[in-house]
Design a protein around this ligand. Sequence first.
Ligand code: PMP
Length: 404
Amino acid sequence: MFNVQDIRNDFPILSRKVNGKPLVYFDNAATSQTPQQVIDAIVDYYSNYNANIHRGVHTLSQEATDLYEQARKKIQAHFNAKFSHEIVLTSGTTHSINLVANGFSSILKKGDEIIVSALEHHSNIVPWQMLCEQTGAVLKVIPMNEDGALIMDDYDNLLSKNTKLVFVNHISNALGTINPIEYIIEKAHQVGAAVLIDGAQACPHIKPDVQALDVDFYVASAHKMCGPTGVGMLYGKEEWLNKLPPYQGGGEMIAEVTFEKTTYADLPHKFEAGTPNIAGGIVFGAAIDYMNSIGFDVIATYENDLLDYATEKLLQIEGLKIYGTSKSKTSVISFNLENIHPYDIGTILDKLGIAVRTGHHCAQPIMDFYCIPGTVRASFSFYNTKEEIDALVEGVKKAKMMLS
Ligand code: PMP
């Protein structure tokens, strides 16, 4: 039985004060908070197992290696990958996307087409632009509508035999829109294109099944799912990971090195040059265990309730506009107050102990679409409460009074 007070007790940071007020943390889409179980796993690693992995015969190194590889298996099971070597541990979503983009630089030719969406985070735009500059490939964009949903008829028209890659986020970080990725993947495969789904915003709310999706690449960051910063994952179908060249050269990723020629290690080590974030990888596994112990169905039901409650309350404030009104969305509310800069609202909310994000949320094309400089974004997690939403609503009313 889900009891939010019990859950909140797992998160030490939630009992701290900010500017003399109880912290209300609504910046979960930027990074989630860390439960004691995950903090304990970090302490346990450094207290008992700290050693470099994969190369030592000594006990500590073997134990650390076992823990690291167990974490990989946990991630494999969570995403339902067929093989654990289809999971590459990276420093996060950005690193995972760049790894794939770099790999495609040796595959794409002039005139090939890449499709992204209007809802992308900059980390799912810039690497593809760089790839286009390098290869002469052309970037095409699936447009969005006023509700913040992608226009699928236009996507159908963009697809052709020239389409080689499609990159779309599972959920938009700026608006919370859940994209129809099943449809996007199926249609891309019909023209022979590969698909990468950016799951950075989906994984805190949804448990993706990469085999059921039949997706070619799926990427995520641990720090959005109660885990540490600086670690994330790339799922790639075995055949694709075998096709892509290594991203970085160095130790760990080789089979044999001579000055004449180097051969590369098998998957996934081919993509894991150098000493990785060992503690991070192991603790990513602990974060996945924590989230699964609550259950993603329970999380989704609770967060949807928070979203409905907050949407209704905020819309009662005159002059408040919510961006991203698609029916299919997660617990993210991006909004503005008429004639007031989002930064000013965020600053007043911070004085009240309420953490929201203001600005373009690394998604400038979305802000350009709405002709605004940015929004105030409140993003809710399963450890937030309706009382905290009431505090936000009162805070926004206060900001409105002070600033208009
Ligand atoms: N894609 C999306 C949709 C995101 O929300 C983020 C993080 N804001 C990223 C990519 C980048 O993730 P990271 O900074 O962890 O690499």
